[in-house]
Design a protein around this ligand. Structure first.
Ligand code: NAD
Length: 352
């Protein structure tokens, strides 16, 4: 299988690229604009593999996307490129509308043109997998789970732009017959996550003995999934998922933000004790995010039942692995802090 991954220099996309290369994919092309969130250092493990190619391009640039389809001739598209940080969407929603909506539209148009030109066998086998979030469903109260039937009720500019992109994908399936599949996943954590997100920010600030900011009183609940479990779900859906379906992906693993931060502090106390007291002393409650959704939780029984997927990582061990990874890879995040990661080069380009 030849797989085109958009956003493959990001947190989840790079985990998918690593998983596909180790699973024996024939050829991958990562197409990524390299925004602030794209980091070629996250692809170092696969960059030397002859089956791996990289192309720097904006998914909103329709001619560039069309050229990538024509040159690479993918069997599967895994569309992960997006603006992904809720706080940034509150401060500057325009980039979210542009990439998540206009960019997904450009991807669908290019995929449709390409798919219509394929011979019957390849057209039947082609898949466009759109990777989305559980945030499209809005907020839950203290009970209940999001299922594939839950109505969309996005609350932030980020989740609204992702909800819109999910609807575009659905429409291209229903209107034009493009063989699409959608996944909606809960919060991911693990290696190579940009240090603006809760878990890496907490770890890195703890290393640097800076305050550990927690919104409100830290009561918001998220369902956490280790990024490699998400990558495994996506490669499984790409191979065996049913066209036109959506699959919810989640860890059955709900944690209050404050409990996550305290768990990281306790791991830091174990791995790298501070001279002056425990890491919990660094926790600083800050003004809550506007419109902060109280609780997200996923019912993943459909993907478990129909495709046999199960998360392999327990949160306690996954979190310990993640803390270890950031402690063992300071070059990765220090290059982000200094801005030097923008100059990273892979030395590979798209095969023509
Ligand atoms: P990320 O921000 O780490 O990476 C996004 C990648 O997309 C970056 O490499 C960036 O350079 C690239 N990109 C952004 N705009 C682009 C454009 N216009 N053209 C080409 N490339 C562009 O994001 P992530 O956390 O890896 O999330 C990946 C996908 O998974 C997103 O679609 C996100 O909505 C979804 N998702 C994320 C989570 C999570 O917890 N992180 C959970 C569920 C779903």
């Amino acid at each position: 299988m030849k797989i085109l991954i958009t956003g493959g220099a990001g947190f989840i996309g790079s985990a998918v690229a690593r998983a596909l290369i180790s699973e024996g994919a024939d050829h991958l092309l990562v197409l990524d604009k390299l925004t602030y969130a794209g980091n070629l250092a996250s692809l170092r493990a696969v960059a030397g593999d002859p089956r791996f190619s990289f192309e720097q391009a904006d998914i909103c640039d329709r001619p560039a996307v069309a050229r990538a389809f024509a040159a690479f001739e993918p069997d599967v598209v895994m569309h992960l490129a997006a603006e992904s940080h809720v706080d940034r969407s509150i401060d500057g929603p325009a980039a979210f509308i542009e990439t998540n909506l206009v960019g997904t539209f450009a991807m669908l148009e290019a995929a449709l043109d390409y798919w219509r030109g394929l011979d019957e066998d390849r057209a039947r086998a082609f898949r466009f997998l759109h990777i989305s979030t559980d945030e499209v469903f809005g907020a839950l109260g203290e009970t209940g789970l999001f299922t594939e039937e839950t109505s969309y009720a996005p609350n932030s500019p980020y989740s609204a732009s992702k909800a819109g992109s999910d609807h575009l994908v659905r429409a291209w399936r229903h209107t034009y017959g493009l063989p699409t599949i959608v996944t909606n996943c809960s919060n991911n954590y693990g290696p190579c996550q940009f240090p603006e997100k809760l878990i890496p920010l907490t770890i890195i600030n703890a290393v640097e003995e800076k305050p550990l900011p927690v919104y409100g009183r830290g009561e918001n609940i998220r369902d956490w999934l280790y990024v490699e479990d998400h990558a495994a779900a996506l490669t499984l859906v790409a191979r065996r998922g049913a066209v036109g379906e959506t699959y919810n992906v989640g860890g059955r693993n709900e944690w209050r933000n404050i409990d996550v931060v305290e768990a990281i502090c306790d791991l830091m106390d174990e791995f790298r004790p501070r001279r002056a007291g425990g890491h919990r002393d660094l926790i600083a409650f800050v003004e809550d995010r506007p419109g902060h959704d109280l609780r997200y939780a996923i019912d993943a029984s459909k993907i478990e039942r129909e495709l046999g997927w199960r998360p392999l990582e327990r949160f306690e061990s996954g979190l310990a692995k993640t803390v270890r990874w950031y402690l063992d890879n300071p070059d990765w995040w220090r290059a982000i802090r200094s801005g030097a990661y923008r100059g990273e080069r892979l030395g590979v380009v798209a095969a023509r």
